[in-house]
Design a protein around this ligand. Structure first.
Ligand code: PLP
Length: 372
């Protein structure tokens, strides 16, 4: 075997010994597994209005966008989705990307034009971390959810900084102190970038997200990013903020310019999902009731939105727990290092308002019975 393949084999062996091997499991069409692992919080991925809109756009435009929007032109669907997202989030303008990951890469990098430091929460998602890396700016990692620590970094820094956080954190589902963070950033001339991936559709009036819920929609120097793949059940990402920022991203955002645009059918489906999500207080009520019930049963804090994490004794125990649930027809997330910021292992449960009531109750029973 070639040297480099032997080296990869050795690394795979070390990961296996540490319980860190990842498995790709087949997912059959018509899968009847109860989903408490995905992020289809409002159950919109299969909503009839969403499917209809996507089907019509598929027939109109074909399967793919066939190129970057700068090269192939920008469809009505893309423009309509951007208007709709900006209006929903209460911001001037929005730009869609083909994933939330790429939106985060673009926005942090873009701010290197006007900032000279990034301050990043220790629990931030990999896409924000990678955005910080490719920005080329010095990065200071702030302790998780600690506005005083952020203030200390900013006070010691004479230039303009960008502070990057999630609103609802993806692993533990806890809420960032956004209003406090904004007091810190706005009083020190810093920008605040908030990844609203796990709050969009769930928090705030009409589900306008965590930034809106904190009273910061449209506040100066606040930029919002989100994925369109969670509560909106589709795919893609968005950066929303002042029109000048969107202009800057169109001109310089490498993951916008050099990436094929999200497929028009997906964009049209997501546009329909935004309309459904804005009016979905009933689905949000189901989600919060279920989250509170899960938390009470598993003796965990009530989740801020749809993510709840349950500690496991170690990576192997977490994997075995998730596998046993799976064997009994319940999909749950399993997070281990390096995907957990504090090196511990846990199940991650995501509440899905689209799961029938009886299936949800059964799933909870299965999780309890399979616990280590
Ligand atoms: C907080 C957060 N930001 C960004 C992303 C990336 O979004 P996408 O899956 O659309 O690339 C995710 C997960 O998917 C996430 O949890």
């Amino acid at each position: 075997m070639a040297d480099w393949l032997e080296a990869l084999d050795r690394l795979a062996h070390e990961r296996a010994k540490a319980g860190l091997t990842r498995q790709l499991r087949p997912r059959a069409a018509g899968d009847t597994v109860v989903d408490l692992a995905g992020n289809d919080y409002l159950g919109l991925s299969g909503h009839p209005r969403v499917i209809d809109a996507a089907r019509q756009a598929l027939e109109t435009y074909g399967l793919g966008a066939t190129g970057s929007r700068l090269v192939r032109g920008s469809t009505d669907a893309h423009a309509a989705l951007e208007d709709s997202l900006a209006g929903w989030l209460g911001l001037d303008a929005a730009l869609v990307f083909s994933s939330g990951y790429l939106a985060n890469l673009a926005v942090v990098r873009a701010l290197s034009a006007v900032c000279d430091l990034v301050v990043s929460d220790a629990y931030n998602h990999a896409s924000l971390i990678d955005g910080c890396r490719i920005s080329g700016l010095p990065v200071r990692v702030a302790p998780h959810n600690d506005p005083a620590a952020v203030a200390a970094v900013l006070d010691a820094h004479p230039g303009r900084a960008a502070v990057v956080t999630e609103s609802v954190f993806s692993v533990d589902g806890d809420l960032a102190p956004l209003a406090e963070l904004y007091r810190v950033t706005s009083s020190r001339g810093a920008l605040l970038i908030v990844d609203d991936a796990h709050a969009l559709g769930l928090l705030g009036d009409a589900g306008a997200g965590g930034v809106a819920a904190a009273g910061l929609a449209g506040a100066p120097d606040v930029i919002v990013t989100a994925t369109l793949s969670k509560s909106l059940g589709g795919a893609g990402g968005v950066v929303a903020g002042p029109a000048a920022l969107v202009r800057h991203l169109v001109d310089t955002g490498r993951s916008f310019i050099y990436d094929t645009a999200p497929p028009p059918a997906v964009v049209a489906g997501v546009l329909a999902a935004v309309e459904v999500a804005r009016a979905a207080d009933d689905r949000r009520a189901v989600l919060f009731r279920r989250g509170a019930h899960l938390a009470a049963t598993l003796h965990r804090p009530v989740p801020a939105a749809g993510v709840l994490s349950v500690p496991a004794p170690g990576p192997e125990a977490a994997v075995a727990w998730a596998a046993d649930c799976r064997d009994r027809g319940v999909a749950v997330g399993c997070f281990r290092p390096p995907s957990t910021p504090d090196g511990s292992s846990r199940l991650r449960l995501t509440v899905n308002a689209g799961v029938p009531e009886e299936a949800f109750a059964r799933a909870l029973q299965v999780i309890l019975e399979c616990a280590p």
